[in-house]
Design a protein around this ligand. Structure first.
Ligand code: HEM
Length: 419
């Protein structure tokens, strides 16, 4: 995914430029999104740090765009899947494209996705269930009750890192490296300068070298089901260039890391914000309710605020004229609060009837391949907290991620209490 960040314009920001990171780190994105949904659901923002782009902010048009990948491309060659990308025609010093299948169109996308999908299928999820429960349980048992600690660091990051290490069969003692690489590679706000791009590249190569070692080891020890072994055994992925190999690793690590982590942090923060809903979960331990609450928390948080597409031809989109090569940001965070689908969508309602209709995993051919893993992790966390009758109280407003792509929390001080 090739990405170029332009210098910030000196002029006053357009209040409807929802790609501004501060709207997200200061939790002020809801009002401009509401305005866009009501007045201009397909809106052309003429200038932004990332250049001009369209914002799509309601539910149906996002599904429409995602259902037409021939017209609305995900390809890294045109800028990929975030509003930041400008494509191979605009490569800057220190920028090396690393193709990954989320940023490919059919037929390449189809073949590569088909390779890794079995690692996330129903039978693999069943295989992971007992282990996930054990790991979650063990971790929760180490947490102090009544003492302040950072939930992001001690719970969300730990559980997500363990999950990634298991998916890759990565050396357990080194598993925190996965989180470090992912944090550095996934931050779209941090590669605006040559130095930042070079640092990013160095991280990618460091990660690539570690995985190359693992790849070679697995080539000599075949027959396993982890992601690296699956890639090795497939035609579509075993002959990739080094850059494409790294691109796909970044995808699988970054794709599962921040997102799952931030849904676990949203569990703590969201239920603290809506104590009546927390009370429902505390008084009713029906596993169906825990599953519904999981969907609702993912809807409410929407850990990836947007995905982006590039128009491949002049086309009309719900009354707006789009030109070939225009950037189109699909704001899942807004569609998941579209009043016509999710009434009172700013609130968490753990028994909301249609919570599972959320678009946080996207829609269509690119819909998140790891969704079931993330759902298992979050449902397990909710159920294990219930089983221990543990409640999370958030002690201060959390520190949030400064970006319009990853939507989440850096630090969140909490205390636990027994109910
Ligand atoms: C794709 C969100 C967890 C791996 C996506 C997309 C979204 C998304 C929005 C793009 C969909 C589109 O363009 O239509 C999330 C959220 C998660 C999560 C919110 C957690 C709550 C995971 C996990 C993994 C993962 C645990 C793997 C370890 C991927 C991959 C793709 C993807 C490989 C590319 C699929 C494709 O292009 O066909 N995810 N994800 N994700 N996700 Fe996730």
């Amino acid at each position: 995914m090739a990405t170029v960040v332009r210098e910030s314009p000196a002029a006053a920001a357009n209040p409807l430029d929802v790609s501004r990171a501060e709207l997200w780190s200061e939790d002020r994105w809801q009002e401009p999104m509401r305005q866009l949904r009501t007045e201009s659901p397909i809106y052309y923002c003429e200038d932004s740090k990332f250049g001009p782009y369209w914002s799509v902010t309601t539910y149906k048009p996002i599904q429409h765009v995602e259902a037409l990948p021939k017209i609305f491309s995900s390809s890294w060659q045109y800028g990929g899947i975030t509003v930041a990308g400008d494509g191979v025609d605009h490569l800057k010093e220190g920028e090396v494209p690393m193709p990954m299948f989320i940023a490919m169109d059919p037929p390449q996308h189809t073949a590569q996705r088909r390779t890794v999908a079995p690692a996330f299928g129903p039978s693999e999820i069943e295989r992971m269930r007992a282990d996930t429960q054990q790991r979650t349980s063990d971790l929760l048992d180490t947490l102090p009750v009544g003492e302040t600690f950072d939930w992001v660091e001690k719970v969300s990051i730990e559980l997500t890192t363990d999950m990634l290490a298991i998916l890759f069969d990565f050396p357990w003692a080194d598993r925190h490296k996965l989180t470090g690489w992912s944090d550095r590679l996934g931050d779209i706000e941090s590669f605006g300068t040559v130095e930042e791009r070079q640092a990013r590249l160095a991280t990618a190569y460091e990660m690539g070298a570690a995985f190359k070692e693992l790849w070679d080891h697995k080539a000599k020890n075949p027959g396993k089901h982890d992601l690296i072994s699956i890639m090795l055994q497939s035609d579509a992925m075993s002959h990739m260039s080094h850059e494409e190999f790294m691109g796909n690793l970044i995808l699988l690590i970054v794709g599962g890391n921040d997102t799952t982590r931030n849904s676990m942090s949203a569990y703590a923060y969201g239920l603290h914000r809506f104590p009546d809903e927390r009370a429902k979960l505390e008084s009713n331990h029906d596993p169906e309710l825990a599953v519904n609450a999981m969907h609702e928390i993912i809807r409410w948080q929407t850990p990836l605020a947007h995905m982006r597409r590039t128009a491949m031809e002049d086309t009309e989109l719900f009354g707006q004229q789009i030109r070939a090569r225009d950037k189109i940001a699909l704001w899942y965070a807004s569609a998941n609060r579209d009043e016509s689908v999710f009434p009172d969508g700013d609130r968490i309602i753990v028994d909301r009837e249609n919570a599972r209709r959320h678009l946080a995993f996207g829609y269509g051919i690119h819909r998140c391949v790891g969704a079931r893993v993330a759902e298992l992790q979050l449902t397990t966390l909710i159920s294990e907290m219930q089983r221990r009758r543990l409640r999370v109280n958030v002690e201060a407003e959390p520190e949030r991620v400064h970006a319009s792509f990853v939507h989440g929390y850096r630090h969140m001080n909490v205390t636990l209490e027994k109910y």
